[in-house]
Design a protein around this ligand. Structure first.
Ligand SMILES: Cc1cc2nc3c(=O)[nH]c(=O)nc-3n(C[C@H](O)[C@H](O)[C@H](O)COP(=O)(O)O)c2cc1C
Length: 434
């Protein structure tokens, strides 16, 4: 029986924009212990993976909880040592990195976690990031994706630098490795020139799992060609089904098996033993939203300055065609369709970064996940607990057993690598030119 995949989208204080202000939220700090305990709760719930997002910039918005963040590979290296099963997925941008560095870091994480690494490929959307890399502006979206395509091809080629049995460590013969099983990449393309090989043997998974989350045409093409997990932001089932079908169709057009491109929409659950309990928890969080944080956060997401607008009036005119982020486009379109005020946009949509909110009893939440899963709207879910750590433990202790009872989710891990959890094949080592 097909079973759903579950990942945690890690946000130390929780994904609800005001959750960090709640008295029960993790005292936000840079203690590794909080992260370790979150990862271990996920393993208790047999989650497939946990995901650490990343951007190379921050703002002066004092109300933001996600202004500070660990460098993801450093964090995941620490978590690799304190967990046994869970997949460890991190963002690395193709816009402000070099392919050789990225290939090496993820291969290292795959080796030292015993085959649990995954790379979330992003092209970065904020100009603020460009300022930290000697640039005045960010490249155009299509340019970014062109670079990303070549970047990913190179990283995959570098991961195939060595055949699986290249390492001999033969003390008798004196051969540490078999040089005939080494492949130079010799990539010479429009954006990069990379000779190879990588300074690491092929990693346990062959290739760390590739993840992607763009929803523009270019983003979907990159995802369908390469990504094995696709994160997305659908809030309504018909849109999710259309996105799902579109990704699978594109993946097939790239010669892939559709089940190797797993679509995982994000969902922000607020779970109670009863529906009323969940609603109470949600209302407590909503009451903590500071209007200033709402307006500033919305300004940033939509790329326009909303300071001074009437929060109880409509959004000012916005040219959707100029918005590069699908997250922003979705918010503006929903606001227009439902005649939302500025306050309603941040209270209803921004509050979960545009992601679907699931507020209800554990059976309500399980019903909804099951519906999307069985109606070809999702292969699984990127779980974004509104508050941490209680939102995660509610999900693990209430919703997961319900999904298990229905046969929709595993009761224990059956493999050791992320590819095993996700049911993905190990790519064969093709090797570049010798
Ligand atoms: C669940 C999820 C996680 C994301 N994580 C990151 C991230 O860590 N860093 C980043 O720069 N962008 C992140 N993004 C943004 C997308 O990767 C993408 O850059 C953005 O949606 C713009 O591309 P698009 O216009 O193709 O959608 C994320 C998006 C989603 C839905």
């Amino acid at each position: 029986m097909r079973q759903m995949k579950l990942g945690l989208f890690l946000a130390p204080g929780g994904h609800h924009m005001a959750a960090w202000r709640h008295p029960d939220a993790y005292p936000y700090g840079f203690s590794i212990n909080a992260y370790i305990s979150v990862a271990q709760i996920c393993e208790r719930g047999c989650f497939d993976m946990l995901f650490v997002a990343d951007v190379f910039s921050t703002t002066r918005e004092g109300g933001r909880q996600d202004s500070f963040r660990f460098e993801p590979m450093t964090l995941l290296s620490a978590l690799a040592m304190t967990t046994k099963h869970i997949g460890l997925v991190a963002t690395a941008t193709t816009s402000f990195n070099e392919p050789y560095n990225v290939a090496r870091k993820f291969s290292s994480l795959d080796h030292l976690s015993g085959g649990r690494a995954g790379w979330n490929i992003v092209t970065s959307s904020s100009t603020l990031e460009a300022y930290n890399f000697g640039r005045e502006d960010h490249r155009e979206l299509s340019d970014r994706y062109r670079r990303a395509h070549e970047f990913v091809e190179i990283v995959r080629g570098l991961w195939d630098s060595w055949e699986d049995d290249a390492l001999l460590i033969d003390k008798e013969s004196g051969f540490f490795f078999d040089a005939s099983k080494m492949h130079m990449l010799n990539h010479d393309g429009p954006q990069f020139s990379v000779r190879g090989p990588l300074t690491l043997p092929r990693s346990p998974q062959g290739h760390p799992v590739l993840v992607q989350a763009g929803s523009s045409e270019d983003g979907k093409n990159l995802a369908s060609q390469f990504a094995e997990v696709i994160f997305t932001i659908q809030r309504e089932l018909p849109a999710a089904q259309a996105f799902y079908a579109d990704i699978k169709r594109r993946a097939v057009s790239f010669g892939r098996e559709p089940e190797t491109a797993l679509v995982m929409p994000g969902v922000m659950p607020v779970v109670g033993r009863t529906r009323q309990e969940a609603l109470n928890k949600y209302e407590q969080l909503q009451a903590l939203i500071h209007p200033d944080a709402g307006v500033k956060g919305l300004s940033r997401t939509l790329g326009i300055d909303l300071s001074g607008v009437d929060v109880d009036g409509p959004l000012p005119p916005i040219d959707v065609a100029k918005l590069s982020q699908s997250r922003a486009v979705g918010m503006v379109e929903t606001a227009r369709r439902d005649n939302l005020t500025v306050r309603q946009v941040y209270e209803r949509l921004l509050v979960s970064k545009g992601h679907r909110q699931l507020i209800g009893s554990f059976t309500d939440v399980a019903d909804s996940l099951q519906e999307w899963f069985e109606a070809s709207g999702a292969d699984g879910f990127n779980v974004m607990p509104a508050m941490m750590p209680t939102g995660l433990s509610d999900f693990v202790d209430l919703v997961v057993p319900e999904l298990q009872r229905r046969g929709l989710f595993r009761k224990s891990y059956t493999g050791s690598m992320l590819r095993d959890h996700l049911g993905l094949p190990k790519p064969s080592a093709i090797g570049g030119a010798c």
